[in-house]
Design a protein around this ligand. Sequence first.
Ligand SMILES: [Zn+2]
Length: 433
Amino acid sequence: MFDLILRNANLPDGREGLDIAIRDGRIAAVERGIAAQAGAVIDASGRLVSPPFCDPHFHMDATLSLGLPRMNVSGTLLEGIALWGELRPLLTREALVERALRYCDLAVSQGLLFIRSHVDTSDPRLVTAEALLEVREKVAPYIDLQLVAFPQDGYYRAAEGVAALTRALDMGIEIVGGIPHFERTMEDGRRSVEALCRLAAERGLRVDMHCDESDDPLSRHIETLAAETIRFGLKGRVAGSHLTSMHSMDNYYVSKLIPLMAEAEVDVIANPLINIMLQGRHDTYPKRRGLTRVRELMAAGLNVCFGQDCTMDPWYSMGSADMLEVAHMGIHVGQLGGIEDKKRVYEAVTVNSARAMGLEGYGLEVGCKADLVVLQAADVIEAVRLKPTRLLVLKGGKVVSETPARVSTLTLEGRPASIDMGLDYRPRAGVEG
Ligand SMILES: [Zn+2]
């Protein structure tokens, strides 16, 4: 006897028509035609059933603040930073919590149940940290929220940067952040990477730095981050976020750098939406894309993840908590249009990010948590193409969000009465006619 059986599900690994049985909030069986009884049965009807999306890089203290205190007129990174500087002194705990909770509602509806958010620790009042710690607790029944102490204005550059970041960790923020390329000098950047890795090692914490988010080919803090990861015994617990300067680096240097990153087992977190929007701004034409070397990093065996970074905040006026939008952009910017490429990109917003976040019980194997998403698409290739409706989102075997399928009714003579975009347009390779 099971609590729930999801019948006729297609899985991200390509297996089709399987039943997923759930008992006590965990996956109890994944087989064809499970005969046992269940408290409830849901027919997935040949649609994709996936573990939830994971966003390994987000800024929940800024999200949904678009328009406060004014709009970013130029749409540039620099005006965004200036705008955030104007907004920061006005932030209240209540307003931060309210915006973050509203964002999490949207995330759940998009099947996004695992989020790592950076929390700006530059204002020593740390109202951002207080608010996000409250949010982490409030959303725990439906979203696993990880928090990174992030010195937006520079660990050494901000007046009380060192003390404020330490205090944020003391308050309960569990990951050490950094922004070495934004320190006053290369040398300060290098020192910040060393100091922050030491801090993480002393406290047994993970590290996730904004690293080399620029088009400067000589911004090489990722090299230091990899070396310090090895030196402090932090292998498998360190992520380099953005790494956009790698796009512009000399190829010979990169041929030495990528093996070092692989040796250090550094997780790579690219943010395709934000990278394509904000990089290359000093270029006339041709304009660089700015995305890190996704294909080469994947080929070298590194764990490459895609994050969203922003939704409707001073830096980015777009976004919709949709990790398939992120995947879709990543495919274009990284020219990852091959069949195997698309599968790897789907992994970048699911299993790879789960691995970088150290999630326990994530996946579709027996024994994993019954956190599942039913999509209005037949497989992962179609999912990254369509960004389809998340029909059902389950947390611990319970439905937490439901969205009607998008089906269009047509009144065209001699043509079908309706189309289901999620199933009717799947490629029919080799069966034409
Ligand atoms: Zn960021």
